[in-house]
Design a protein around this ligand. Structure first.
Ligand code: PEP
Length: 250
């Protein structure tokens, strides 16, 4: 039985003051003694430390939105996995489609980042997903399989890995994959994992769905056999909506 995991990706939103306010509201919404699924929030880099201080010893994980594949050095604008670990992050999101689309991330650089993050003791949420053109061309399976295979190249131990399937056409667009469409790709990802790592390892890996998840569609999506929670963008910026999505996963 896989424990569901729901993570809010705040993207490039909220000042430090706005971030700590949202985190406090979320903690109040979830209530004392919260349990039943894993939850994380991913603020911007400047807000990691103050939000982390609020989350300390609580049930909500601190998550980063990206990391570099070197420990330190001349990489202006980048932050390393070692630094994220030191600030208290438990997870890091790697290979989000916005990183691939706007910042030139490829399966190869995603692979380097995943390797580094795991080796520094961070858990990783590795994002995969097809564009609308790829879906319409009938190559969703091929694209997502290569993203999984190439993203995990040379990685033997995936026990600290979560995969997020996020069809690019459903991110921030209000268009959600139907639960059947999402389940079909989640099942395919698990089949790829079985081929790479065997049945028992593959069956333990959580595969989140992301793409316009809202309180109104979360229950149906999370009820599918291979959908193990969600990576939530827009709806995670409202504490009540995000808490409702978390409750749908519990
Ligand atoms: C995301 O950015 O990971 C995401 C799924 O965004 P949204 O929920 O806004 O579609």
């Amino acid at each position: 039985m896989r424990t569901k995991i729901v993570v809010g990706n705040w993207k490039m939103n909220n000042t430090i003051a706005e971030s700590t306010k949202l985190a406090s509201e979320l903690l109040a919404q979830l209530g004392e003694g919260f349990s039943g699924c894993e939850v994380g929030i991913a603020p911007t880099f400047p807000a990691l430390q103050p939000v982390g201080a609020l989350l300390e010893n609580g049930p909500v994980h601190l998550v980063a939105q990206n990391c570099h594949y070197e420990n330190d050095g001349a990489y202006t604008g980048e932050v390393s996995a070692r630094m994220l670990k030191a600030v208290g992050c438990a997870y890091v999101i790697i290979g989000h489609s916005e990183r691939r689309q706007y910042f030139g991330e490829t399966n190869a650089t995603v692979n380097l980042r995943v390797k580094k993050a795991l080796s520094e003791g961070l858990k990783v949420i590795m994002c995969v997903g097809e564009t609308l053109e790829e879906r319409e061309a009938g190559v969703t399976g091929a694209v997502v399989s290569s993203q999984v295979r190439e993203g995990l190249e040379g990685i033997d131990d995936i026990s600290d890995l979560v995969i997020a399937y996020e069809p690019v056409w459903a991110i921030g667009t209000g268009k959600t994959a139907s639960s059947a469409q999402a389940e079909e790709v989640h099942d395919l990802i698990r089949t790829v994992l079985v081929k790479l790592y065997g049945e028992s390892v593959a069956s333990a890996i959580r595969i989140q769905y992301g793409g316009s998840v809202k309180p109104s569609n979360a229950v149906e999506l999370f009820a599918m056999p291979n959908i193990d929670g969600g990576l939530i963008g827009g709806a995670s910026l409202n504490a009540a909506d995000f808490a409702a999505i978390v409750n749908a996963a519990r």
